[in-house]
Design a protein around this ligand. Structure first.
Ligand code: DAH
Length: 342
C-alpha cells in the first residue's frame, strides 16, 4: 500500500512539473496519464487490492491525481493555443430525423412488369432495340416500303440531319432486329418507348409505351395466337371473353384487332366502351411472309404470329385513369397512389 501511495505521489509530482506548448507532447501526456491504457486506469484497477480500511485514503489520492492530470491537460491545451481539430458538434443527435421519401415504381413500369411476368410463364424471352431507329427496321423490313401509304398510319419524328433515321413509331422494329440476330424457334417480348408526331391530348401523347410479342416456329397457327392472347387477357384483366376483329397491318397477314369484353356493369363501363361492352386492346396477326424473308427466315419452313399493345391505354383501363398526360407529369400525388403496388 505504501508503495502505491508513493507511486501516486511520484506521478503527481510529474504531472505538476509538466509544462509544454507542443501539441504532440500534450497529447502524449494525455495518453500517458488519462488514456485508456494510461497510468490512471492502471491505478484504478489496483484499487481492489487495497485493504478496506485504506481504500478511502487511496481513493482520495487517486482522485487528486486524476484531477491534477485533467486540469494540467486543459491548461496546457489552452496555453498552447491549439484549436481542437474537432470543434464541438452543433448537431443535436437527440432530435427526430427528417423523413426520407422512398420512391416507388411508376404505374407504367408496374404494368410492364406484370405483362412480362405473364408472357415469361409461356416461355417468352425479353428483347430490346434502339429508340432512334433506321428506316429499314421501323418501316421497310416490316413490309412498309418507301411511299407506302400505310406509313401515314404512324406520324413520324425524323432526325433532321439524317433522313434515314427516326424515332421508332412502334416496337415492331425490335421484331426485325431480333429475327435478324436469331434463328427460330423465336419467342420474344419487347417492351419499349415509342414516339409519334401527334398532338397531345387526354387520349393521346407523342411518347408512349408498347409491348411487342413475336413467336416464330414450324406450324405456328392463328389458333395458337388466339389461345395465347386469351391466356394473357385472363391473367391481366381477369376477363375471359375476347374477340379478334379483321384489320390491316402491313407486317401481318391476316391481321386482327383484339377486343376484350369489359362488360356493362357500371356507368363508367358504358362510357369507356361507348356502350358496346367491348374494348380494343391490341393489334396482332400472322407475320407476313415478306417480313420473314426480309429477316432471312424461310417462310416455307416457318410461320409465326406477332402482337403489339399500348401500355398507357391498358393502364388507364386497369387503374381508371382518365387522362394520359398524368403519366408524364410526375405529380407526386398521382404517383403515390401506386406506391403499394410496386
Ligand atoms: N405496330 C402496331 C402499332 O404500333 C401494333 C401491332 C399490330 C404490332 C400488329 C404487331 C402486330 O406486332 O402484329 O400500331
Amino acid at each position: 500500500m505504501k508503495q502505491l501511495i508513493d507511486q501516486i505521489q511520484a506521478h503527481l509530482a510529474e504531472v505538476e512539473a509538466f509544462q509544454s506548448n507542443d501539441p504532440t507532447e500534450i497529447e502524449n501526456f494525455r495518453i500517458k496519464f488519462l488514456g485508456k491504457k494510461g497510468i490512471l486506469t492502471g491505478l484504478f484497477a489496483s484499487f481492489k487490492e487495497v485493504p478496506n480500511d485504506q481504500k478511502k485514503a487511496f481513493g482520495q489520492q487517486l482522485n487528486a491525481l486524476k484531477i491534477a492530470a485533467t486540469n494540467k491537460l486543459e491548461e496546457s491545451k489552452k496555453s498552447s493555443g491549439a484549436k481542437s481539430s474537432n470543434p464541438p458538434s452543433t448537431i443535436d443527435f437527440s432530435r427526430p430525423g427528417q423523413p426520407i421519401d422512398v420512391g416507388s415504381l411508376h404505374p407504367i413500369s408496374i404494368l410492364r412488369n406484370q405483362v412480362i411476368d405473364i408472357f415469361s410463364q409461356l416461355g417468352f424471352s425479353l428483347s430490346s432495340g434502339p429508340e432512334i431507329e433506321d428506316d429499314w427496321h421501323n418501316f421497310t423490313a416490316l413490309n412498309l416500303p418507301e411511299h407506302h401509304p400505310a406509313r401515314d398510319m404512324q406520324d413520324t419524328f425524323f432526325v433532321q440531319t439524317n433522313p434515314d433515321m427516326l424515332l421508332r413509331t412502334h416496337t415492331s422494329s425490335v421484331q426485325v432486329r431480333h429475327m435478324e440476330a436469331n434463328s427460330p424457334p423465336i419467342r420474344t417480348l419487347s417492351p419499349g418507348r415509342v414516339f409519334r408526331n401527334e398532338d397531345i391530348s387526354a387520349r393521346s401523347h407523342c411518347v408512349f409505351h408498347q409491348v411487342e410479342g413475336l413467336y416464330i416456329d414450324k406450324n405456328v397457327s392463328f389458333a395458337d395466337l388466339k389461345q395465347t392472347l386469351l391466356y394473357f387477357t385472363k391473367s391481366l384483366f381477369g376477363k375471359s371473353k375476347i374477340r379478334l376483329r379483321p384489320s390491316y397491318f402491313p407486317f401481318t397477314e391476316p391481321s386482327a384487332e383484339v377486343d376484350i369484353y369489359w362488360g356493362l356493369e357500371t356507368e363508367a363501363d358504358y362510357r369507356i366502351t361507348k356502350g358496346t361492352g367491348w374494348l380494343e386492346i391490341m393489334g396482332c396477326g400472322m407475320v407476313d411472309p415478306n417480313v420473314l424473308t426480309n429477316c432471312k427466315i424461310d417462310p416455307k419452313i416457318y410461320s409465326g404470329y406477332a402482337f403489339g399493345m399500348g401500355l398507357e391505354r391498358m393502364a388507364m383501363l386497369l387503374y381508371g385513369i382518365e387522362d394520359i398526360r398524368m403519366f408524364y407529369e410526375n405529380d407526386i400525388r398521382f404517383l403515390q397512389q401506386f406506391s403499394a403496388m410496386g
